[in-house]
Design a protein around this ligand. Structure first.
Ligand SMILES: *Cc1c(COP(=O)(O)O)cnc(C)c1O
Ligand code: SF4
Length: 366
């Protein structure tokens, strides 16, 4: 019995390691992909600005006959990334300005971001932390986080600790268990949140060992990052079922990306399948932030608002994400969705309904 379980655990652990080994780990591995010689040299040249990495299962989702494939667009470097556009920023949402100690960002009183690693299972071309991932680039050590833990310990107003990075679920089970136990020991922390692309790009990593490492005193919320319905597969479905059955709350955030998911049809299918097939609640749809070399993937806010308005009319409330912008200079995330209030006349509010017709609501208070 014990031997059986150990064997299974060993199998589960070798599956994801094989998946990484068979994928793209360095720029030179781009040579193994079915790219034309011109596409390959363009990708290799473009890779200087941001690291390249993708596990095999994620690469296998690409339709190489389609140059505009939505998975390919997210991970294969493009010469467009080398275009410098006025207004783009190294630190688009001011993580660094709000970082009182290394590996931690504290912008809102009740929650902090903790960066256990600056490495990921995949490097997304559009990443808003791409400069930190390149310039810091460090992995996990227990010592590196100690100052951050002391900071959290000393501030009783902190209720949520959000593991982000980098990708926290790219760490070994032992490191995750260590981090979880350290946070759990801080009595005022109520919730552990994990922002990760691993269930999307390396679903084989969601093993019983990983789940066990995260289970303990705290409510755990896993915020996944699916951007397209093509990323929803039997493997990602199994990974999400494992996480749900472990009792974790699952949410998703997507980034609005031109040429990947900037149509009503693409977003509608993504949000429905997330909720109905994976049991993952669409949480945020992020407007493209000002990461460098990403002008070719950004939409305008007006385009995003039109999409968000159409989604609101088509999708149930539970399938609907909130369209937000993470403001530069640390202004936080603000909703950008279309406003339904047309006018206010004293106590009367003229409000546009979901059917486009206007209604009047009057404030009636005692
Ligand atoms: C995004 C973010 C959070 C989390 O915000 P929610 O709206 O609670 O999801 C917390 N702190 C920082 C600094 C953030 O950038
Ligand atoms: S997984 Fe997240 S942190 Fe890592 S490159 Fe992609 S978007 Fe950036």
């Amino acid at each position: 019995m014990t031997t059986d379980t150990n064997l299974k655990a060993a199998d589960a652990d070798s599956a994801w390691k094989d998946d990484i080994r068979a994928g793209v780990r360095h720029v030179r591995d781009l040579a193994s992909l079915p790219l034309s010689p011109a596409e390959r040299s363009a990708a290799q040249e473009a890779a200087v600005r941001h690291k390249v990495r993708a596990p095999k299962t994620y690469l296998d989702l690409i339709d190489w006959n389609d140059p505009a494939d939505p998975i390919r667009a997210q991970i294969i470097p493009s010469p467009d990334e080398l275009v410098e556009t006025e207004g783009e920023l190294d630190d688009p949402i001011a993580d660094h300005a709000f970082s009182p100690v290394p590996r931690l960002t504290h912008r809102h009183a009740d929650r902090v971001l903790l960066f256990p690693t600056y490495q990921c299972a995949v490097y997304c071309r559009f990443c808003f932390r791409k400069e930190s991932l390149t310039s810091i680039g460090r992995g996990y050590t227990r010592d590196a986080l100690e100052e951050a833990f002391s900071y959290i310990e000393a501030r009783t107003e902190i209720r949520e600790v959000i593991l982000t990075g980098g990708d926290p679920l790219s760490l070994p089970d032992k490191a995750l268990a260590e981090i979880r136990a350290r946070i759990e020991a801080i009595a005022h922390v109520r919730l552990l949140r994990i922002h990760t692309r691993v269930p999307v790009v390396l679903p084989t990593r969601i093993t019983p060992g990983l789940v066990g490492a995260l289970q303990g005193r705290l409510m755990v919320t896993i915020v996944t990052h699916f951007n397209h319905a093509r990323e929803i597969t039997p493997a990602t479905e199994l990974a999400c079922r494992t996480l749900r059955q472990a009792g974790f709350v699952l949410l998703n955030q997507s980034v609005l990306l031109k040429g990947v998911n900037d149509t009503v049809e693409a977003l509608e299918e993504l949000c429905r399948e997330l909720m109905y097939r994976l049991g993952v609640k669409p949480y945020y749809l992020h407007h493209g932030d000002l990461a460098r070399g990403m002008a070719h993937r950004r939409t305008t806010i007006a385009e995003g608002q039109a999409l968000a308005g159409a989604l609101r009319a088509r999708l149930s409330g539970i399938c609907n994400p909130v369209y937000v912008l993470d403001l530069p200079e640390g202004g936080g995330k603000v909703p950008l969705g279309p406003c339904h209030i047309e006018a206010r006349e004293g106590d009367n509010w003229r409000i546009r309904g979901q059917d486009g017709g206007e209604r009047v609501y009057r404030d009636v208070v005692g």
